[in-house]
Design a protein. Structure first.
Length: 124
């Protein structure tokens, strides 16, 4: 196996995202690519960052700030948004990316006073 750096692709929300200069190991005979743990993490984080920038989505830090500003736990926020219990955690840890539609809802909560109260009334 030889150490290499090259562009690699990873699907994010069903779209192939190409990340430049991803370190990996490559077999010179069969050309198989192997990612070490840190290399795979770099590829994943890079793909998510590129995807978020391309579609101008809120960052993980911005999502966390919205939740914390309203003094909600991840589980409470997920319940209000009718999401699975681990979804907010995945967004905030950069393990997953919100859809464009969910990003709009998050921005409404952030920018429109009363939007969270509206959701609270309907979350039952």
């Amino acid at each position: 196996m030889r150490e290499r750096k090259s562009q690699q692709s990873l699907p994010v929300n069903g779209e192939e995202v190409t990340v430049p200069d991803v370190p990996h190991l490559r077999c010179p005979k069969c050309r198989e690519i192997v990612y070490r743990f840190d290399d795979a993490r770099q590829l994943s984080l890079g793909a998510i960052e590129i995807y978020r920038k391309k579609y101008r989505l809120l960052s993980a830090e911005e999502i966390r700030a919205i939740r914390e500003r309203h003094h909600l736990t991840q589980a409470q926020f997920a319940r209000l948004l009718r999401l699975g219990s681990n979804t907010i955690s995945r967004w905030e840890a950069n393990r997953n990316v919100q859809t464009a539609a969910m990003d709009v809802l998050l921005r409404m909560i952030k920018d429109l006073p009363g939007s969270l109260e509206y959701l609270r009334k309907r979350a039952r």
